[in-house]
Design a protein around this ligand. Structure first.
Ligand code: GDP
Length: 309
């Protein structure tokens, strides 16, 4: 067991992203002092030499590998090749460089629940990994994440690296990406409703409104990542979900209530629905971290509205 000490040398790749910034914030709040938060401006993880150089020089005790090229359903569909190339390359550059230059570093690799097949008995448990055909709208991203998970497994087996791999569900939180075309559903909905309340205009949402999604507050996910870095060394992948999901229409209703504003909603059914449902089974996580209790969507939403708007 690797101990995450208060003075451990901790690196967060992707430290300015949604999850990365939450991990840095929560680490600081918990009293960790030696944190190196790395964004793509400092190190381009697509350039292997830069990754090698950093790891050779820094030799962190722990590495949160939460960097990625991310986006919502529309962006994934339009730029699938970029999602595949960038996320695969970043992940492999990190594992290979750790193997060559910093073998004692423990890595937490974040996959995603989109690695699971398109159709599953609900909730989805971790044994569904590689059990069926993937959803097409984000297949590039999913395959890249699958490669990262397999890399985590194989580099551990062949080279004795210390790795764990977690599968976060759909996240939202402070410092999110509110780009309406390229971002995810939850920040997109929040921004559309917020702007409509200021300008009193009609909102256009995508698809049928029927698909179901979870929504996990980024800092709740960060707390789990830190806890697992400290307390888990197993080879099994772990879902970080909420265990409860809502349809897109239900999310819209919840945002309406919190904002106390009822706009006219139009549905653009030319936009895809994507996966119909992907509620996670969090039994495995709860066994390791019995106190895990993600906050409600309404609670997280109020924090986001205060912080980002
Ligand atoms: P996914 O969870 O990987 O599919 O990605 P998203 O977070 O982008 O969620 C996509 C789902 O939300 C699809 O069913 C979309 O049709 C639906 N949706 C409804 N309105 C929006 C919107 O304004 N933005 C996005 N990104 N998705 C929306």
């Amino acid at each position: 067991m690797i101990i995450l000490e208060k003075n451990s040398k901790i690196t967060v790749f992707g430290g300015t992203g949604l999850l990365g910034s939450a991990i840095v914030k929560r680490l600081k709040a918990k009293g960790y002092q030696n944190i190196d938060s790395i964004s793509s401006k400092e190190i381009n993880l697509l350039e292997k030499k830069e990754v090698e150089e950093y790891l050779k020089n820094q030799q962190p005790d722990q590495l949160f590998m939460v960097a990625g090229h991310v986006g919502g359903i529309y962006s994934n569909m339009k730029r699938g090749a970029d999602f595949l190339y960038k996320n695969t390359t970043m992940a492999l550059n990190v594992f290979e460089s750790i193997k060559n230059y910093s073998k004692n570093t423990k890595i937490l690799f974040t996959g995603s629940t989109c690695i699971y097949p398109k159709e599953n008995p609900q909730p989805i448990n971790e044994d569904r990994f590689l059990a069926g055909k993937l959803e097409k709208t984000n297949i590039g991203y999913a395959i890249a994440k699958i490669t990262g998970i397999i890399a985590s497994e194989l580099y551990t087996k062949q080279y004795g690296l210390k790795t764990i791999a977690v599968m976060p569900t759909n996240l939202y939180g402070p410092n999110d990406n509110y780009d309406l075309e390229n971002g995810h559903m939850i920040p997109g909905l929040i921004k559309k409703f917020y702007d409509a309340k200021q300008n009193n205009n009609t909102i256009t949402l995508w698809g049928s409104g029927k698909p179901r999604r979870e929504a996990l507050f980024s800092e709740d996910c960060a707390d789990v990542c830190i806890y697992l870095m400290k307390n888990y060394d197993g080879s099994e992948i772990i879902n970080i979900g909420t265990g409860f999901d809502y349809s897109i229409t239900e999310f819209a209703d919840k945002i309406k209530k919190v904002l106390d504003f009822e706009p006219k909603i139009e549905w653009d059914t030319s936009k895809p629905d994507g996966t119909f449902e992907k509620r996670t089974d969090i039994t495995r996580l709860k066994k390791i971290m019995p106190e895990y209790k993600p906050r409600s969507f309404e609670e997280g939403l109020k924090i986001v509205l205060e912080y980002d708007f």
